[in-house]
Design a protein around this ligand. Sequence first.
Ligand SMILES: *Cc1c(COP(=O)(O)O)cnc(C)c1O
Length: 361
Amino acid sequence: MTTRAYNFCAGPAALPQEVLEQAQAELLDWQGRGLSVMEMSHRSDEFVQIAQTAEQDLRDLLQVPDNYKVLFVQGGASQQFAQIPLNFMPEGGSADYVDTGIWSRKSADEAAHFGRVNIAASAKELDYFAIPGQNEWKLDPNAAYVHYATNETIGGLQFDWIPQTGDIPLVADMSSDILSRPVDVSKFGMIYAGAQKNIGPSGLVVVIVREDLLGRARSSCPTMLNYQVAADNGSMYNTPASFSWYLSGLVFKWLKEQGGVAAMARLNEEKQRKLYDYIDSSELYDNPVSRSGRSWMNIPFRLASDKLDKPFLAGAEERRLLNLKGHRSVGGMRASIYNAVPMAAVDALIDYMKEFEKEQG
Ligand SMILES: *Cc1c(COP(=O)(O)O)cnc(C)c1O
């Protein structure tokens, strides 16, 4: 009998129960070695095997081409906001940023500490409910790179297309939608993702970077932030977030058992479709995002009156539907339905939403 609730948290987010059970079973004694992964030397054969298996499984899942390095680094996705310009933007250089919401704006603001930031496109005029088409973007041919966020976790605005940037490297923050559906990695110079949405524990960041982009860091770039250093040292220049790396590896194995990213995409498509269909059909709930920009992972919705937020959340808690409160910057509700959130959770949420709507008359 499970005591676990359905968790709709945006992050740190739900993890697959099977993964947590395996970690629990291995916590005191990993595979007969008499110690936990947390207590192992990161230089030991055991941990190196855990680390390499995790990397290979991730490569398999995303079909990462051989000319890309996969790094497991620390500091959260937010640290990447500084690391990207330090590594790719030369002194006195510039970069293009696409503003589709809070996370892409934060990344642009951080990059502005290091050089000129050109906002090549902004969803502001569209109230962040839709993504401006690429024909409206003003890309700078001299930009060091183009940065965007594939999924805005707070606004629930997601790209369903990949920007074309020619020879200019495309850098993508995929923190909240990596591994949720197939992606052609070869279209990107770099992909990064904080682990705590769709991979594993917080603090860890997965970086997938094309090899020819390494070795361009500014001389002022701290050693710990230099991708080349991380790549040369197998992401072990210093002690890595070893337990988070291990747990992420368990998630990658779980994803493979589920049928990989294509199978997750089929499931995620159905999950989001059920929830949006219900929201659209109801009188009480509303999601304002344009159809083509709607996120499969984070579904914000408002009730007809803010006064209903509290009773809605209280009833949800009673039914063990947790963390539905929207981000403090936008209010309302948000259901995050990452890979590890099962269809049963979405069904239970819709059942509750229907019941609550009926009660309101
Ligand atoms: C959560 C999130 C971040 C920030 O991640 P941290 O690990 O907390 O720094 C950045 N970008 C996106 C798209 C996110 O969802």
